[in-house]
Design a protein around this ligand. Structure first.
Ligand code: GSH
Length: 94
């Protein structure tokens, strides 16, 4: 689970593959924000993951972030959502 700024905990699951530049951008955003607890699903390495993405999300396009089971496509939308919603300690001093 991942804590949001409003205090809710949500399940985040990201379908991606390693050589997808749009996925790399989203993964960089996760790192930048210091987000942990996102389940990563690789559509090229994990048998059945691509089919599952089509079944649950409606199309074979990565990155796709599932927020409590609801699909969000488009790397820019995902990055903006993460920035706006996920609670982060990144950048805070100890
Ligand atoms: N506008 C989309 C483009 C995403 C896109 O083109 N993803 C490609 C991979 S780089 C894809 O899902 N292709 C289907 C596939 O290769 O399975 C975004 O920014 O997320």
């Amino acid at each position: 689970m991942v804590r949001l700024k409003d205090g809710r905990d949500v399940d985040l699951e990201l379908f991606k593959f390693d050589t997808c530049p749009f996925c790399v951008r989203v993964l960089a955003k996760l790192r930048q924000l210091g987000v942990e607890g996102v389940r990563l699903r690789d559509t090229r390495r994990e048998p059945g993951a691509a089919e599952e993405l089509v079944e649950r999300g409606g199309k074979l396009q990565v990155p796709c972030l599932f927020v409590d089971g609801e699909p969000m496509y488009e790397s820019q939308d995902i990055s903006e959502w993460l920035e706006a919603n996920v609670a982060t300690t990144a950048g805070e001093s100890a």
